[in-house]
Structure formats: C-alpha cells, structure tokens
Ligand binder design. Structure first.
Ligand code: TRP
Length: 461
C-alpha cells in the first residue's frame, strides 16, 4: 500500500474526509452522471456523494420493477444523529417503492463489542427500531431481522467464505496475524446480510442497494467480488463493440455445463446451455445473436455497455434455473459523515461529539452552544473577515439534519461568510431548529411505540 493511500477501516476511529481521493482510489462513481428522481435533501446538498451501480436500481425503479434496500444496525450504544442519516436514505428509497430489510448485527456486536445477544436485542428495539418508527419508516414495508436467528445469512457467509482467503482480507481490511478472527467472521456474516434478500425465500432476484458511509465500503467491495465470483456467466464488453458472454466454469457447475469427469465434454449438454443463453437474449429483444459453443462465446454486436446489467440479470435467472445461486452484485451509495460537535469524529462512545436521539432539550442546547465554530475570535474580526460555514458545526447540522429549506441555508451561508451573521447567531438558529426537530421526534416516538413489533420479521418475533 502506497504511503499516500487512504486506508478505510470499518472498525477504526480515524476517518478520512478526502472524498475525491476516496472516489478515485476505490473506484466509486460520482453522482453527477445520474438523474435522481425526486432528490432528497441529502442528494440536493451533495451529502450523498458517490455510488456503485446505483443506475441498476434506478432503472428497475423507473420500469416499476422490484428493488430492495438493505441496511444494518450495530446494537451497541445509543442512536445518534449520524445514524439517522442512513434512515433518511432508506425512507427515500422506500418512498420510491423499494422493499426494506434491516439487519440487526447482533452477532457482530457480540463478537466485536462483547454485547450479549439478549442485550443486543433490547438495544435494537428500544434504541434503534423505536426511533426508526418515529422517523417515519413504514412498518408495512420494512423487515427487521437478527443475524443470529436467520440461518440463510450465516449459511451464505460460510458458503462464500470458500471464495476468498486471508490474503484478500489482508488487502481489503489490512488484517495481519494478530487480527482476532471475529473480525474475519463478521464481514462474512455481513456478506450474508447483503446478499440474502435475493434468495427466493426473501424476495427473489432483484437489485439491492446498500446506503452506507464510506467506512463500510470494504464490506461492499468484498460482497460484490464474492457475488461475481459465483456467477456462471460472464458478461463483458466486446473488443470493439457489443457485449460478449462466456461461461465461468467452476467445480459446482462443471457437470451442468457438460464437463465430464474424464475430461471430455458432453457436446449436447453444452449446446443446450448455449441455446438457453440465446433464448435469454431473444427474450430481451436482440436479433443479432452470434452463438459459438465451440469457442465458448455468445456475442451480441448491437448490445451496448449500458445493456450489460439487464443481460446479467436475465442470465442470473437462467443460472438459478440450472441450480446456481444467481447472485447479483449489490449496489451502494455513500454519504459524507457529519462532523462531530467538537470538530472531531462523531462517535457514540464520546457523548460530547454528538447529539443522541434521546438527548433532553436543555442538553442539546448546551451541546450546540459549545460546538466547534467557524467564526472569528472576536466580533470585530468576524464582521471584518467573515466566518467559515464549511467548518461551522451549527451550520453543518442545519444542513445535514434540521433545515429543509435550501434557499434559507444558502442565505445563511453567504451572510456568515460576509460577516453579517455571527457565530452565536448561527448557533441559535441551529438550537431553535434542533429543538423543534427533536421535540417533534420525541412526540412521534411515543405515538409510534406500539408499531415497533410490526417492524419485526416473523423470525425476529
Ligand atoms: N457493520 C455495520 C456497522 O458496523 C452493521 C451492519 C451489519 C451492516 N450488516 C450490515 C451495515 C449490512 C450495512 C449492511 O454499523
């Protein structure tokens, strides 16, 4: 790893905010090329700043085809405002028609933070799900489950573990010989979390999007890689144009593909596999399909790079009919982290850095009054030089959490820079909005308490 590379550690306490470098280094796509339907506050403000293959999900949405959204919560500590950003995004996907699955990472919390399963359950319900209800997630369209009580999640993690090794974990997560094996197991369970909604039992093949902070990207890279490695058919761009499909022959599909144990090939079997590929492509409306079983290639000259994902999905269906897992690599989106109140990283274990959803209003007021400010040292200097909203926590919290009105924010931003608005005044604006927001939310929490049970999947009750 080069010296100037950003290291992302999902369990670490450091946090890089060099987002353009993160985009480059990890091969994320920026949001610019996408057209986002009915963009939320987080989209409009550039807080959701990157994605992997979100276009696959958006095109399902556009066509009225099913898609899902999955997230997970770590049942430890208290829910804070940073956590609520993920729920904002889940709600947004839900409003676009996505079904919602939420993993309670009770196995991970037990293994990496020493929280018992019973305690994890209690924290998940009282601290997280009750707030999700208050924040307006729809219990009818949300399924919460526990890692510990959904066997398919653990089974998938175990099964896919076969397709990776310690070297890959070392390069993705920076592990070494000292690494506790709980940190090897937890990501594999998370792979199971992310992929299992595609199984027939949990909704079947459809695009799944996982909205996360960049700290979770290592898990997505791992999951996407593992899902792709199981695929029976490769779908690639042709040399000069078109799309080319080849077989990915593996131990578990060799016989289905007509590869006989004696090294010979069952030609009839192979032919029928190719006929199946052609029929998938015909269903998609292509008429210029060139099938060459001898060379092991099917090409579609008129298909474009943008057609690959629908071809892939069709072939995954076919793979399933032949006995394969048929797993589609998950899509993901990435948001900027809100800064901690003190200017350092927001963290549950440091109450001074964050607002908790259970904080009493006087506490909230006090915390914001003490927050890191982008103002100048004296009023005179502030009037003369202006403040910096980019590092001003009060401004940032309005932008991330409490203020819906873009025009108002823009005005405060320029007034602050011009020195017309003082740091104390900015804090008061934030306190007013935070107080209203939290008061409403606390009321909602009481009113929606009876819904918590309804969020739980049958295997979680
Ligand atoms: N590892 C996540 C965390 O630390 C929790 C989690 C478990 C998760 N499974 C997930 C997040 C699946 C997103 C998707 O918070």
């Amino acid at each position: 790893m080069g010296e100037d590379e950003v290291v992302i550690d999902p369990w670490g306490s450091s946090q890089s905010t060099d987002y353009s470098r993160i985009i480059d280094q990890f091969g994320l796509s920026s949001m610019e090329s996408l057209s986002i339907p009915n963009p939320s506050r987080l989209h409009r403000r550039g807080i959701v700043f990157a994605h992997r293959e979100l276009d696959v999900v958006l095109s399902s949405q556009k066509q009225g085809d099913p898609f899902g959204v999955l997230t997970g919560l770590m049942p430890s500590g208290q829910m804070h405002m940073g956590h609520s950003m993920v729920i904002d995004q889940v709600k947004w996907f839900q409003s676009l028609g996505g079904d919602v699955t939420i993993a309670v990472a009770d196995l991970e919390s037990q293994a990496t933070r020493g929280v018992s399963l019973a305690k994890g359950r209690q924290i998940a319900l009282e601290e997280y799900i009750s707030h999700y209800a208050a924040l307006g997630l729809d219990p009818e369209k949300t399924n919460v489950y526990f890692q510990s009580s959904r066997p398919v999640v653990q089974r998938l993690g175990f099964q896919l573990g076969k397709r990776t090794n310690l070297n890959e974990f070392e390069s993705i997560y920076g592990f070494n010989g000292e690494t506790n094996l709980a940190h090897v197991q937890a990501p594999l369970v998370q792979v199971g979390d992310i992929l299992h909604p595609q199984t027939e039992e949990f909704g079947g093949l459809r695009p799944i999007v996982v909205p996360v902070g960049v700290d979770q990207d290592p898990h997505l890279r791992l999951t996407r890689g593992l899902a792709s490695k199981t695929n029976w058919f490769n779908v690639n761009d042709g040399k000069s144009s078109g799309v080319v499909i080849t077989l990915s022959i593996q131990d578990d599909n060799a016989s289905a593909f007509g590869q006989l144990p004696n090294g010979r090939v069952d030609k009839e079997r192979l032919k029928s596999i190719f006929a199946g590929i052609v029929s998938c492509l015909e269903h998609l409306g292509y008429s210029d399909i060139l099938s060459n079983p001898k060379q092991g290639v099917v090409s579609v000259p008129s298909a474009t790079s943008g057609d690959k994902s629908k071809i892939r999905v069709k072939l995954l269906e076919y793979e399933r009919s032949l006995g394969g897992m048929g797993l589609l690599a998950p899509s993901s989106t990435y948001h900027h982290f809100a800064v901690g109140l003190t200017g350092e990283k927001m963290s549950s274990s440091k109450p001074k850095t964050t607002l908790f959803l259970r904080d009493e209003l006087p506490v909230v007021e006090k915390k914001i009054k003490r927050a890191f400010s982008g103002g100048q040292a004296t009023i005179e200097e502030h009037r003369r030089l202006g403040g910096n909203p980019d590092i001003d926590v009060a401004y940032q919290y309005m932008m991330y959490f409490f203020e819906d009105d873009d025009a108002f924010l823009a005005e405060m931003n320029s007034n602050y820079r011009a020195g017309k608005l003082l740091a104390g005044e900015m804090k008061q604006l934030c306190i007013d909005r935070a107080t209203t927001w939290l008061k409403d939310m606390h009321e909602m929490r009481d009113q929606t308490a009876h819904l918590v049970e309804e969020f739980l999947a049958l295997d979680a009750r």
